[in-house]
Design a protein around this ligand. Sequence first.
Ligand code: ZN
Length: 141
Amino acid sequence: MSGKAIPKPDDLNLKFFQKIAETGRMHVQECRRCGHHSHPPRYYCCECFSPDWRFKEIGGDGTVYSHTLSHYTAEPAWRDELPFATVVVELDEGPRIVGSARTADPASIRIGQRVRVLPERRGDDFAFFTVVFDKDGYPDV
Ligand SMILES: [Zn+2]
């Protein structure tokens, strides 16, 4: 993964990524008033408009909501990984999150497959999200 550009999140996204980088665990925003989960984080709950929330640790389990397979990239740092799959995962808590697939056969990805999203820390302010597949076995987290 060396040489890949590291995004510089700000505002609530920075707090979200800092929590993940600090703990090494997946988190999602949870409303303390109604329990609704949100991603990306928001100042006010989109269900009850409460400003009272926290980042709740989650296991990262979910299902493939959508995916795409890239055979070309303009970014040199990603060329060694072609073809690579980008996956939208619907977390069991409800929100959807985007990650990069880690599988030997990215063309075999199917909507509805069980997956787990794992954070890969990149400094204090960011983490990539890697999607691993049940058939590959989940690493110990
Ligand atoms: Zn709420």
